[in-house]
Structures are given as C-alpha cells and as structure tokens.
Design a protein around this ligand. Sequence first.
Ligand code: C2E
Ligand code: MG
Ligand code: MG
Ligand code: MG
Length: 304
Amino acid sequence: KAKEDGRDTYRFYDEKINKRNQRRHMIVTDLRIALRERQMQVVYQPIVQVDNHQIIGAEALLRWHHPQFRMIGPSEFVPVAESAGLINQLGIWVIEQVCILLKRLQSGAIPFLANDQYFRIAVNLSPVQFRQDVLFETIENILLEHGVPPTRFRFEVTESIFMDELNRASNVIAKLRKIGCGVSIDDFGTGYSSLSYLSKLPVDTLKIDRSFVNELSSYYSSLHEQAQHPASGLSEPDPRQAQAIALAILSLAKNLGMHVVAEGVEHLEQLRFLKEHGCDSVQGYLFGKPMPERDFIEFISRKK
Ligand code: C2E
Ligand code: MG
Ligand code: MG
Ligand code: MG
C-alpha cells in the first residue's frame, strides 16, 4: 500500500513537472516573438510622497498580453527570459519605452515636469543584466540617444546581485549614480546577503518589500478580530514581526542617509504606520495600480 501511494505521488509530481516544463518551453518560444509582435507593454505605478501625497514618480512594470493566454505576469516570464538569454533585450526595450514617456512629459504635454526636479521613473534591472560588461554603457547610450537626462531615472536592483557579482555590480551602480541616476534596492529584507554590502554600495533608496507592508495592517485588523473572536488571533501572522522589520529598515536607512519607499501599500492603517515612523514615500493600490502610459499621464495631470 505504501509503495503504491509512493508511486502515485511520484506520478503526480512527474505530471506536474511535465506541465511546468511544457509551459516554460511555450513561454521561451513565444517570448522571442512577443517584442516584435508588440505584445509587451510597460505600465506605470505612481510613487507618492508620504507627507504631502505628491507624485514623485512611478515604477515601470512589464506586462505581456499573450495572444492565447491573455496576461502572463512578469513574476512568471521574467525568470524565463533570464534563463533563456532574453532579458537583456527586454530590459533595453523597457528603458526605451520610459525614455519615450519622459520625452512626452517634457515636450509640454505636462509642463510641470520641468520644475518637478525630483520626478523619476524607476526601472527594474535583473541580476542577469549585470553579467554584461557593457550594461552601464548600454544604458548611458540609450539615454543619450533619446536626449533624456539621467536624473529622471532610478534603477531598482535586488540584493541577489551582491552575492553574484559584487564588484561588477557596485561598479555599474557607482557609474549610474555619477551621471545622476538614482539606484534603489528592491524587495529589501527578503534576500540572504549580509548587510555589510550596504555601506559599500552607493545606493540612495531602500524599498521595503510588499510582504512586510502587507502584514503591518493585520495588527489593526487582528486586534479587531480578536475583540470579536478572542480565540481566533493565533493563526494570524504576528504583525509585530513585520513592524519590527519595517522599523529596522527605516532606522537603518535613516542612519545611512537613504530614502525609503514602501511598496504594496493598500490600506490607510499601513500608510499611517509608515508615516508615523518616517517613511519617505509609498507605492501601492491605495494610491494607484500600475496603469498604461496614457492613463498615467492623465493621472498625474489630474493630481497637479
Ligand atoms: P517588484 O519590482 O517588486 O514590483 C512590485 C510589484 O508589486 C509589482 O508586481 C506591482 O504590481 C506589485 N504591487 C504594487 N503595489 C501593490 C499592492 O498594493 N498590492 C499588491 N497585491 N501588489 C502590488 P508585478 O508588476 O507583477 O511585477 C512583479 C515583479 O516582476 C517585479 O517586482 C519585478 O521583480 C519583476 N518585473 C516587473 N517588470 C520588470 C522589468 O521591466 N524588468 C525586470 N527585470 N523585472 C521586472
Ligand atoms: Mg521593483
Ligand atoms: Mg519590489
Ligand atoms: Mg517584488
């Protein structure tokens, strides 16, 4: 009996792995034509200053409208693009799209941008892109070609680049900072690297990961629930842990002279907690979901 159970489990996972491989294979094949066929889109999620709710920029996020499967999210196709050698091309395309948006904003569609000196668009860079020798030069050239000032850009990197390619990565980051780009560490607190790299790297912003922000407000909701069902609070994740981590990141950033952006802010309670403890800016459904370029331009002109 036990043997049969084992065989069933085996068959079950075998099928699962098979299905996954098939989908992966399909994604690799279709990714190669996705750019050419204009199935990719860059959407923009506003980033808002905590103290006055002004829009200080946005994060550029990739979307893939697959002809058969409709939307495929970047959490699924970016890792595939990385392993299939397609992420460099994709990354370049995103930066170009952002240049086009910025030029549109600068050329009078939104006249305020000229005086809005802090407005930046954040672009995610994959650790795989850092394995290229020419990453910095590639980025610099795109900005030069489009005539967009580097001070309008911020690049988001994850902690994993510091395990992978510490020297090369910090070199590229230093050069990006030197020409005026911002650089932030994304999903901060979820990686496994040591904190010592932080003092060696010229990054200017830490982004508190959505998972911590998400659990901040269950403090309030679980207090509420506990009042109604005294025994039910136990299975909830303890929000004090997420709060402790958020506070540690905020104080670390302050002491290193860095800005903090909290991502995934959905509720007022989360915003209140972050504001109370000195978080500079936030990004999340509370202020705006990622939106197509046209909607984003409308969004910022309405707010101004
Ligand atoms: P990320 O860079 O950490 O981006 C933040 C993610 O959180 C986005 O997911 C965004 O839509 C989501 N988010 C923001 N606010 C909220 C909220 O209030 N609630 C919830 N539930 N979610 C929120 P998205 O767009 O699916 O992207 C997932 C990841 O894919 C990104 O995480 C990033 O690592 C990667 N990615 C996206 N675009 C690119 C790109 O152009 N290049 C590279 N290399 N990676 C990208
Ligand atoms: Mg990001
Ligand atoms: Mg993030
Ligand atoms: Mg993330």
